[in-house]
Write a protein that binds this ligand. Sequence first.
Ligand code: SF4
Length: 479
Amino acid sequence: MTRFAVTTFGCQMNEHDSDRLTTVLARANGEAVQDPADADVIVLNTCSVREKAEHKLRSEVGRLSLLKRQRPDLTVVVAGCMAQQEGDKILKSMPAVDIVIGPDNIVELPELIAQVRLGGPPVVRTVFDVDAPQFLTAPVVADGRATAYITTMKGCNERCSFCVVPYTRGPERYRPSDQIVDEIVRRVETGVREVTLLGQTVNSYRDPLGLLSPAPNASPDDPDESEFAALIRAIAARVPDLLRIRYVSPHPRHLTPSLMLAHRELSVMPRHVHLPVQSGSNRMLKRMIRRHTREEYIDRVARLRQSVPGITVSTDIIVGFCGETDEDFEQTLSLVEEVGHTGLFGFKYSVRPNTPARKMDDDVPESVKSERLQRLFALSERLLGQHLRGLVGSRQKVLVEGPSKTNPNNATGRSEHNEIVHIERAEHVEMVGSIVEVEIVEPFKHSLLGRLTQEAEARLPRRSVEPSRRKLPLLGPKS
Ligand code: SF4
C-alpha cells in the first residue's frame, strides 16, 4: 500500500481537484496520511492564477528536496494549473520533482507513480481531454456535511487578458446534465442540503447531450444565452429535498433574463450572487478584454434586483492592472459604492505567463497597488458594516452547517443573502442541514449573531442522533 499526502495551493476549484486526486489514489490501493513526512508520495496541487501561490510551491519543493536527500524513494508530484502551464520546465528547474500532471490527467496518476517507483524516469503528462472530457467525482459518503461542491464544466472560452485559466484549464467542456443531477441526488441522500455549482464561467453551461428543456425567458438568438437556467430548473425539479443552489463563478454577460427569472421563481435559489466585475473603468475593462462595460454590469445588477428585490451581490476586483490611473481606480471605487457590493475579493495584478497582458507594461508601482487595495478593502468593510448593522432585528433564514468555530455551543450557517450567522446556544447537531429562522441580535465585523425564533425552537426535534447516521429533518420552509 502506498501512503500519500495531498497539499493544496489555491482556490475552491483546486480544493475540489485535491478531493479527486485523493479519490483516484485511494482507489488504487493508496492510504491518505495527514503528515507529508509519513508519505511515500507527496502531491502538491498547485494554482497559477496568482504569483503568490507559485512562490509557495517553489519554497515547498525546496523543503521537500531536503527530505528527499534523506529518503530517495520519496515521490514528489506537482499537479494542477501550474503543472499544466509549466510542464517540463518544472522538472528542469526543480529536480526533486518526479511527476508533473495536469488537471485533466489525474486518472493516470497511479500508473505514473508505479512507473516512477519502479525506477522509470521523471514524467510530464499535461494533455487536455478535449475529445472525451472526464468529470471525476469524489466518493459520495455521509460525512455529516450539509454543503457540497458539484462540478458542472471545466475550462474557459473567454480570453480575459490578465487570466491564465484558459491556458491551464483549456477550452470549455460541459458535464452532461444527467450526471450532474445524479450526483446531487446521491449527495442529498447523504444529508447534503446545499450545493454550489462550480465552473470557470459556470453560467455559460450547455448540456452536451441536449437533455434539458429550454428555460422560460430564454432567448436562443442572444449570444449570451446558455442552458444554465435550464440546468438549475432541472435540479430543482428532480431533487425536491435540496434546499439551496449556489454557483461560482458566473460571467456578467451570461446573467441573462432566463437566469434572473430562475432566481425569482425558484425557492431553492438564495438571494445572493457573486458576480465578478474586476474593474469599474471602461478603459480597464476593455484592456482586460472583459467583453462588458461598466454600464452593462450596473444594468444587469439593476435588472436582477428588479426581479429579486433585496438580492445581495459580491464581486472580484483586480487593482493596479496595466495602465490603471488614479481616475480608473476611482471609477472602480465608485462602481463598488454604486452597486453596494456586500462582499469583495480584491487582488493586486501580477503578470501571468502566456496571457495577452504579459505584452503590456505592468506599470503600476507595487506601493500604489498596495495603497489602492487598502482603500478598496476599507470601502468594502464600510459597505459590509452598514449592511450587517441594517440587519439587526430582522428575521433571516439560515441553513445550518455545523458548530461555530469560535464557540462550540453556537451553531453557524449562512443566510439566504450569504451572511455568516452564528446562532446562540443552538443544538447544532440536530439542525445541521436545515433552514431555521433566526432573529439577528448583533453585528460582528464580518458576520452576525442571531437567536432562534420561538417558532423555530418549537420545531426542533428533541431526540439526539449521530450526525452521520441521522436522516436530516426539514425544520423550516424552503428559503
Ligand atoms: S472568464 Fe476571464 S477571468 Fe474568468 S476564468 Fe475565464 S478568462 Fe479567466
